[in-house]
Design a protein around this ligand. Sequence first.
Ligand SMILES: O=C(O)c1ccccc1N[C@@H]1O[C@H](COP(=O)(O)O)[C@@H](O)[C@H]1O
Length: 221
Amino acid sequence: MESQFRTRVKICCISSLDEAKLALRYGADALGLVGRMPSGPGVVADEIAAQVVRATPPPLATFMLTSEDNVADIVAHQQRVGANTIQLVDAVPTDTYAQLRDQLPAVKLVQVIHVLDERNVDEALKAVADGVDALLLDSGNPNLAVKLLGGTGRVHNWQVSRQIVEQSSVPVFLAGGLNPENVRQAIDVVQPFGLDICSGVRTDGQLDKRKLEAFMKVVLG
Ligand SMILES: O=C(O)c1ccccc1N[C@@H]1O[C@H](COP(=O)(O)O)[C@@H](O)[C@H]1O
């Protein structure tokens, strides 16, 4: 993206209609609904995710996080939830994006890249070349025996993320360990299109109004 009006915010790990309303009241542009995962704190039942999707007005986005890696399972997940955006949290075969576009033409595709080192720059640019609508750079490690695909509460190497932002022709979201204290620096260093946050605005797993307000104040001014 050459320019942006302001940094967009996705509030992730939404677990109820009340959390969705709170996030939207404080200015969220998108809500994240975490599907079944091998690990992580943010999973919500498909029925609740579908309720949140139905209650979310345009032009706001609903991101369905899926760890499924075959097209039929991803499409089935989307049809249960109805989200307008699919966030693929694991690597998928090259032709997956084209097949998803055929079957779900109105749904946007966001590929997560787990930033470990500079090799992830090529991985990110390949996903762009293969046809994703946006990238989301998160912390985690998909190479572990039990995959760590997000929701870590940890930051990664933002210099690598900055390189990806500079070279990507599609919008890039930054995630991983963001909070009200470090988000200003994250924006300055990485200059992402959008931010994505889960644990940094939560207390004991619940969306925390004070942390959310503090986070949004830094981002939106
Ligand atoms: O939250 C989870 O349980 C989760 C599990 C597997 C993949 C992604 C998950 N959440 C995503 O992780 C980012 C970063 O979380 P955090 O801010 O570091 O806690 C979050 O925004 C979700 O997109």
